[in-house]
Design a protein around this ligand. Structure first.
Ligand code: DP6
Length: 393
């Protein structure tokens, strides 16, 4: 059978100025601009294969091996509708362009990290979906144009279309045509910046970002202050800190913004708690580590997991401290952090009384990664996720 196919991977991003709140929930237009760092796909990524074929009788989707309904997912439907409409325009202009816009498609997508780890996968997932559709349909769009489509899958997904340091400009227009991601600096600008992701153990089910942020928009007076008086200036300062590779300033702004995001969650009525005792211990530990000068930054999204940003040269020390407080975690040493290192000494002056030592597995896993590139195209014949029949391999 003849078919058309594309396979791509897309990265995770972790915001240092948080997106929290929508002014339009169907177009996914935010109440403030935000900024994130794209993390390496070598450690974390979503991978998607999409095939269009005249032999297919319906659109189908498999996520991590399980078939899911497409029609019930309005956001997915929006991404398909938008990209097909753009393909139809190409076909209308160019007689020789294969008629892909009318063909049914099979989508197969997986994450290389367990969703059970509680790591957000919607950003990399939707970025990958939209990027792969753009390759399949050969859409003549740049990453910023494409981010407008990905944004309609999940807000934070628009930032995963670029590598490095990425701003999502909130825009003003009602149709969302100016609410898009732009690259502030490529990953090569600051190759020294690395991240440790601490997967924190948590029993209870948290409030989803989508629901949580709208409750905040409805009930929090502090959010209005954040939107009007804090974020616009913070965005400018963050962009300057990145351009200057000023880690202490970058770190200070990152921690303050994470704190304020969790403060607006607490100001939501009824309040939303995303951090737990382990998360708060990580804040105390990093604050103690920073007491004589800022060497690391913590940030937390809509869950208890911590992401710690730091220059490469501090990572060994930070890992030693975390290992002291959080024994029994899994660690995949993909960047050679522990190479030739047998001693795990805490820094001199570090006051160990800031937190108790936690029991085995309080932090389940620590992942070491760095700022890296945007979506990648793979060879479908070699790396595709669909077999000859168009079903998951
Ligand atoms: C706390 O992008 O997951 O991670 O647009 O409703 O899909 P939807 O929300 P989502 O929210 C992410 C919120 C955050 C902060 C951030 O990534 O900027």
């Amino acid at each position: 059978m003849t078919f058309f196919e594309a396979t791509c991977t897309a990265p995770v991003n972790i915001a240092v100025v948080k997106y929290w709140g929508k002014r339009d929930t169907s177009l996914i237009l935010p109440t403030n601009s935000s900024l994130s760092v794209t993390l390496s796909q070598d450690q974390l990524h979503s991978k998607t294969t999409i095939r269009a074929s005249a032999d297919f009788t319906s659109d189908r989707l498999w996520l991590n091996g399980i078939e899911e309904s497409i029609e019930k997912n309005k956001r997915l439907v929006a991404c398909l509708r938008e990209t097909r409409a753009l393909r139809a325009q190409i076909e209308a202009k160019d007689e020789s362009a294969p008629k892909l816009s009318g063909l049914k498609i099979h989508i197969c997508s997986e994450n290389n990290f367990p969703t059970a780890a509680g790591l957000a996968s919607s950003a990399s997932g939707y970025a990958c979906l939209v990027y792969t559709l753009s390759k399949l349909f050969e859409l003549p769009l740049n990453a910023s144009d494409l981010s407008i489509v990905a944004r309609q899958g999940s807000g934070s997904a628009c930032r995963s279309l670029f590598g490095g340091f990425v701003a999502w400009e909130m825009g003003e227009k009602e149709d969302g045509s100016d609410s898009r991601a732009v690259q502030v600096a490529p990953e090569t600008h600051w190759p020294d910046l690395q991240a440790l992701i601490c997967v924190v153990s948590d029993e209870k089910k948290g409030t989803s970002s989508t629901e949580g942020m709208q409750l905040t928009v409805k009930t929090s007076a502090l959010l209005q202050h954040r939107i009007k008086n804090v974020v616009p200036k913070r965005m400018e300062e963050m962009i300057a800190a990145i351009h200057n590779k000023d880690f202490p300033r970058f770190a200070e702004l990152t921690m303050q913004d994470s704190n304020q995001f969790h403060a607006v969650c607490l100001d939501t009525y009824p309040p939303i708690f995303y951090m737990n005792d382990i998360s708060r211990a990580i804040i105390r530990i990093i604050s103690e580590y920073n007491k004589d000068g800022i060497k690391a930054a913590y940030t937390f999204d809509a869950g208890p997991n911590a992401v710690i940003y730091a220059p490469q040269q501090n990572m060994r020390e930070i890992y030693a401290i975390l290992s002291h407080y959080f024994p029994g975690h899994a660690f995949e040493d993909s960047l050679g952090l522990k190479k030739n290192d047998t001693v795990h000494a805490l820094p001199q002056n570090f006051d160990t009384r800031v937190s108790p030592v936690f029991s085995q597995g309080a932090v389940k896993q620590i992942l070491h990664t760095k700022a890296d590139d945007g979506p990648r195209v793979l060879d479908s014949a070699q790396y595709g996720l669909l077999n000859a029949e168009g079903l998951p391999k």
